[in-house]
Unconditional design. Structure first.
Length: 193
């Protein structure tokens, strides 16, 4: 099968400072929706988090129903995040809800299922496939960012200064990055405009 690739250019670079208590993933989705980003890159996201919620492959893939686990680690955490932004679209089969076997048992609501796979809320909404690294006083972790990771204030919330958590996002023109849902799951696709 030939490798999929398309040439494109940056349309604009967006710098955003996030506020204390904001959900990092939800902020990325909101920026993508507001700026109408259908293909983009989080070039850098750096700052502190109060906590981080993430998924990664489990220690023993043979004992897990899905090949991933969900974790939460408390901070404060020094963090960076990178990833790709696209849009959630319909694939080759009509999908009204996400099949239960695609997400862990702990996720019950339809919106939370969409969030778990990286989509803001279903078809037509922003999609973010992003990974992070973070460190607190006890552990260093990496994984796929999930909703629930909250921005920390410098000084661990003990001052009135704005946060230093900054996102740098490159909006791309000429392509659309699609996360296509179909009956077997989802797949990424690059579409030339």
């Amino acid at each position: 099968m030939p490798r999929e690739n398309e040439a494109c250019e940056f349309d604009e670079i967006i710098w955003t400072r996030l506020n204390e208590g904001e959900d990092l993933l939800k902020a990325i989705w909101e920026i993508a929706a507001t700026r109408e980003i259908r293909a983009g890159i989080v070039l850098e996201g750096t700052g502190a988090l109060q906590n981080v919620v993430f998924q990664h492959f489990p220690k023993n893939c043979y004992t897990c129903r899905l090949p991933l686990d969900v974790y939460e680690i408390n901070g404060p955490l020094q963090t960076n995040v990178r990833g790709i932004i696209g849009v959630t679209v319909q694939g080759d089969a009509e999908i009204k809800s996400i099949p239960l076997d695609m997400v862990p048992n702990v996720i019950e609501s339809e919106k939370d299922k969409w969030n778990f796979i990286g989509s803001q809320g279903g078809l037509g909404t922003p999609y973010f496939q992003g990974h992070f690294s973070a460190i607190n006083k006890d552990v260093s972790v990496m994984g796929r960012l999930l909703p629930g990771s909250k921005i920390e204030n410098p000084g661990m919330g003990r001052n009135n200064k704005p946060t230093h958590f900054t996102l740098v996002i490159g909006k791309v023109k000429g392509i659309e990055f699609q996360m296509k849902m179909n009956k077997n799951g989802f797949a990424h696709e690059i579409v030339k405009l």
